[in-house]
Design a protein around this ligand. Structure first.
Ligand SMILES: [Zn+2]
Length: 249
């Protein structure tokens, strides 16, 4: 058995570009990348379309037992086809998304992380292992990044990888499996929530412990943003937290 609970809140006044989809044995969380103003997206479908299309395209692989990187690679390929022939998938602002995945497979929990939506594994002994893909934090020269740099390093060796128009990105994801008996549960977050740890000093252990009530975490994010501001970027971002646990039976 797998129990999943989640909450997702758009940045106030905007469409939510985060997305969550769950089945009986899995959950996927995606965070669509908002194109910078004036950058050619090459596509009228938009980011909300991209995240829900990609999530739906994961279902056959997840249900069929494919290894998670294979399931993601097939989903990216299917999503590229779903654009139809009229979109320019090589455009610099072509829609893309992060991916955080967890799937129970018998006695194991499979996980996968691509870009900055981590999976945190809460072990029975209280330790938390954060599976975090920090390649977007490691671009040459450090932040702030120019638009040209981000465009040049997206889905390139030595740069960072996202799910959008490059199937190979799936093979660059971090993935693995952990015995369910070792876990209290697992939490999946978009970066709209991990700012609680990364910017506002909340311990990962406490963040993960709070994920079982995801709507409370989201409320805390908004309180902190208003009280303390942000070191960079938008004051509010879409924020999503999902909690996976294993009830007996
Ligand atoms: Zn398109």
């Amino acid at each position: 058995m797998l129990r999943v609970s989640f909450a997702s809140a758009a940045a106030p006044g905007r469409a939510n570009e985060d997305y969550v989809l769950a089945g009986h044995s899995w959950v996927v969380l995606l965070d669509g990348a908002t194109p910078a103003p004036g950058v050619d997206a090459g596509c009228d479908h938009g980011v909300p379309w991209l995240v829900r299309t990609l999530a739906a395209a994961l279902v056959p692989g997840l249900e069929g037992g494919a290894p998670l990187p294979e399931a993601l690679e097939a989903a990216i390929t299917a999503t590229m086809a779903a654009h139809g022939g009229s979109c320019d998938l090589a455009a610099p602002g072509s829609p893309s998304a992060t991916v955080a995945l967890a799937r129970r497979r018998g006695d194991l929990l499979d996980y996968l992380v691509l870009c900055d939506s981590p999976v945190a594994l809460w072990r029975r002994d209280g330790r938390v292992t954060v599976v975090r893909d920090d390649r977007l934090d490691q671009l040459p020269g450090g932040r702030p990044y120019s638009l040209e740099l981000v465009n040049a390093m997206r889905n390139r060796p030595g740069g960072f990888w996202v799910a959008g128009a490059c199937p190979r990105a799936a093979r660059e994801a971090l993935s693995g499996a952990v015995p369910v008996r070792e876990l209290r549960g697992a939490a999946l977050f978009t970066d709209g929530v991990t700012r609680l740890a990364e910017w506002y000093g909340r311990a990962w252990e406490s963040l993960v412990a709070g994920a079982a009530e995801p709507e409370r975490l989201l409320a805390e994010v908004r309180e902190q943003e208003l009280a303390r501001g942000v070191p960079r970027g938008k004051l509010h971002d879409d924020a999503t937290a999902a909690w996976v646990s294993f009830p007996p039976g």
